[in-house]
Structures are given as C-alpha cells and as structure tokens.
Write a protein that binds this ligand. Structure first.
Ligand SMILES: Cc1ncc(COP(=O)(O)O)c(C=O)c1O
Length: 443
C-alpha cells in the first residue's frame, strides 16, 4: 500500500498555510491563486475606506463598486429577493467547484480523510464569527435542519407548552404541530405587533405569553416576512430566570448585521449560511451551549459515547464535503468586507428605497424605519394594488424580482437588496413602484 500522508500532518500544514494567509481576514481553505486575487481586491478596497466609519463607508460607492464586482450576477434581472437564498461571491463558487473536483479523485480517501478533517477549520471560523467555542458549533445543511434538531431533540411531556409567534417560519411551526399531534404538547402563538413603536413592546408580548406550562420559546431573531428584529436578549434573560429554554431562529440574522452570541444570551441558535453569509447552497450552522449538548437528542441516532459532542448533530450519513469547505471562502469574504460595514450598507440600501417611496400616500410599510428594528429586509404594500399582480408586473415587464408575502395579518412585497445591488437598480425599482402607486397597474 502506498504511503499516505498522516492526517495530523496534513491538517497542521493546512493550518500553518491558513494562519499565514488569513490573518486579519479570516479562515479559509483556498488555492493561492484565488486567495491572492481576492485579497488584493478586498485589501485595496478596504484600505481605501479605512479612515471612514462603517456608516460613512455605507455611502462610498467606489468601495461598493469593488464588492459588486466580486459577484457574477446578471444585471438583466434586478434581484430584490436575496432573503430567500443569496448568490455567492465568485470566490465561493470557484472554491466549491474546485472542491467538488478534488473529491472526485479517490473519493473515499480524499473526501473522508483529507477534506472532512479540514472542516474543523471551518468550524473554528464559524465559531469565531459567532463569538463562541468551536466545540459548540455544528455544520448543518440549512436553518431547517439546525432548528429541527433543536425542536425535535428536546424532551417534553404531554401538557408542556411551547410559545412562539404567528409570524414564525412555516416549517418550524409545522415541526411543532407534528409534536403536538404525536406527544400532546401544546403550541401557543402570540401576535407580534407589525412595526411596533418600541422593540421592547415585543419582549413584553413574549413575557405576557408565558404560562406555568411554558417549557420552550421559539423566536426568530429576524422575522422573515417583515424584517422585524426581535429583542432576543431581553426574552432570553427573562426566560432563563424562569428555567424556560429559548430556541433562536437566526436564519435572517447571521452575517446580516453585526452581533455575537453574547449579545443574545441564547443557548440555542440555528441558521442557514446560504442567505446572508453567501456560503454554498445547502449549508447551515447550529449552536448549542456546551453544557446543553448532552440533553438535546440528535435528529439521526448517535452512539451514547457521542452524547456530549457537538459533532453528533453532523451524523447524517454520506454527504459532500465540498459545500462545507467552501464556507471558508464565504467567511473570508464576510470578514474581508467587515461585519459592521456590511450591516451598515445593507441598512443604507433598504433605507435608500424606503425613503424614496415613503412620501407616497398609498404606500404602507410593514417594517419599522428604526435602525434597532430592521436592517436590509423590509416589506412594502401599495394599498389597493393586488400583490400577486404587482409581483407579476415587476418581473414580467421590468425584470425586477421580488417576493410576495400573503399573511393573515398583512400583505406586501418583501424587498431584500444585497451588497452587490447598485443604487441605479434601486432607483429603477422605485420609479416603477412610484408609477404604480400613482397610476395603478397598466390594464
Ligand atoms: C425565519 C426562517 N427560518 C427558517 C428558514 C429555513 O431556512 P432554510 O430553508 O435555509 O432551511 C427560513 C428560510 O427562509 C427563514 O426565513
């Protein structure tokens, strides 16, 4: 049998390579050629805004021009539905393809013995972004998987209550309804005020909703249909004092705006990485506080010896290592821009189009303009105009892609620009919306 390099050696060499390369930018697993061109581009761009605050950088179109070029998106469509799933920067897609090719060579060896161990570096990179220990991070396939692990993995008994909102993500509600049917636990839904005057009003709604039977709270950090940011820390602080577990759905918050786990004081958090982190499709993250890992069952059965190991949540059978490794390039890109700069740009873009439309008498927002309450995601309605028809007109006639939100409590269009979106594209969207608001849809 040929002599194979030892895994430890491979891992050590890789880490040395990465730490030399990634200092100040992040952790990644990249070829030198791709790294150097990205670093050159990003370094030059970030150097040019070093003297500016993130808020000032948000308005520096020269800087964002460089970021726009990092994506290969068509300009034939104005994509204002980045909240569903996001395009990745070129460097992520290139890396993904390279890793796919790599694992097609002696797959069982390359994928399991060379590439999988490198995912530990990715775990470290993600832990760094969230500000936690890497032994508390599992790499999953999406927010659904992360959250189902939590929602299905907690022991509950008949009569226990789970508290959440009418605006939480449908799949997460379905998961809880299934537990209702199987185990006779009960689901209590509260209504979140739409664009409340004060974010603390929402915390109070949760606190008022708690009963003596409440064992778990599921709350979105950002409500996906409105972009409303929820006061997670306030609810977690209160719930902890009452011995209630809080599961945070971070699908729309992670890498969207700048925060760490300690800012939430949460013990459980699940997110996708193919939204605001721009990682390959089919990547997600699960955070479980170290001392809680033992009590949360894995979704697929694991050995008793793995009970305290976060990796038990990754026991899903054979799957590709390529998307997981390419998360490294997404982290590199995220850290290269800087989380705070990205947050301020995303907020600047949403306020840019919202401010242009807000003066129109029949335009109604289902999202607060308050910086603490929303960032890049917002929901708008033109009163009297059917949202499905508006969606069709925007895409059919103007190639502006949005998404409709048809909820019991309100209806509107969810608009999510991204760091590659140009102001000209938003101007065009606003012109069309203004025309429709004034004249209605063409017959
Ligand atoms: C709030 C929220 N939770 C969970 C999910 C599920 O994410 P995924 O489909 O990536 O698993 C989404 C997706 O849009 C979401 O918006």
């Amino acid at each position: 049998m040929p002599q194979l390099p030892s895994l430890t050696e491979t891992e050590l060499t890789r880490r040395k390579f990465l730490s030399n390369l990634g200092k100040g930018i992040g952790l990644a697993a990249l070829s030198v050629a791709s790294v150097s061109s990205l670093l050159e581009q990003l370094n030059a761009a970030t150097k040019s805004v070093e003297h500016l605050s993130p808020e000032e950088t948000a308005m520096d179109e020269d800087f964002w021009f460089e970021i726009q070029q990092a994506f290969s998106v068509t300009r034939g469509i104005t994509n204002l539905n980045n909240g569903g799933v996001s395009p990745s920067p070129k460097i992520v897609t290139e890396a993904l393809i390279r890793y796919i090719w790599e694992q097609e060579d002696c797959t069982a060896y390359t994928m399991w013995q060379i590439m999988e161990p490198q995912c530990e570096t990715i775990r470290t990179g993600l832990a760094d972004v969230f500000g936690v220990d890497r032994e508390e991070i599992a790499i999953t396939r999406n927010a659904s998987e992360s959250l189902e692990i939590l929602l299905m993995g907690m022991d509950l008994k008949s009569g226990d209550e789970i508290l959440t909102t009418t605006q939480d993500y449908p799949r997460m509600l379905t998961t809880l309804r299934q537990r209702e049917l199987r185990e006779n636990i009960s689901l209590k839904l509260i209504k979140v005020p739409i664009a409340p005057k004060n974010i603390d009003d929402i915390a109070q709604k949760f606190i008022d909703g708690i009963t003596s039977r409440t064992k778990v709270i599921l709350m979105s950090h950002v409500i996906n249909i409105t972009g409303q940011i929820l006061p997670v820390k306030k609810v977690c602080d209160y719930a902890k004092s009452k011995g209630i577990e809080v599961i945070v759905d971070g699908a729309h918050s992670f890498a969207h705006f700048d925060f760490k786990q300690k800012d939430l004081n949460c013990d459980y958090y699940g997110t996708s990485l193919h939204k605001w982190m721009y990682a390959p499709k089919g990547t997600g993250l699960l955070y479980v506080k170290k001392e809680k890992i033992e009590k949360i069952w894995s979704l697929m059965a694991t050995e008793k010896t793995q009970a305290k190991d976060i990796r038990k949540y990754e026991e899903i059978g054979t799957h590709s290592a390529a998307p997981k490794l390419a998360i490294g390039e997404a982290i590199l890109f995220h850290n290269g821009i800087g989380a705070k700069r990205k947050e301020e740009r995303l907020r600047y873009l949403s306020r840019y189009w919202m401010n242009k439309l807000k003066g129109l008498p029949n335009v109604r927002f289902h999202t607060s303009f308050d910086a603490n309450q929303s960032c890049g995601v917002a929901n708008v309605e033109i009163v009297g105009v059917d949202i499905a028809a508006l969606y069709g007109y925007l895409m059919g006639t103007h190639k502006i892609y949005t998404t409709t939100i048809n909820h019991d409590e309100f209806k509107g269009m969810r608009i999510t620009p991204n760091v590659y979106t140009t102001l000209k594209e938003l101007d065009r969207f606003c012109d069309v919306m203004e025309n429709v608001a004034k004249k209605g849809l063409p017959k």
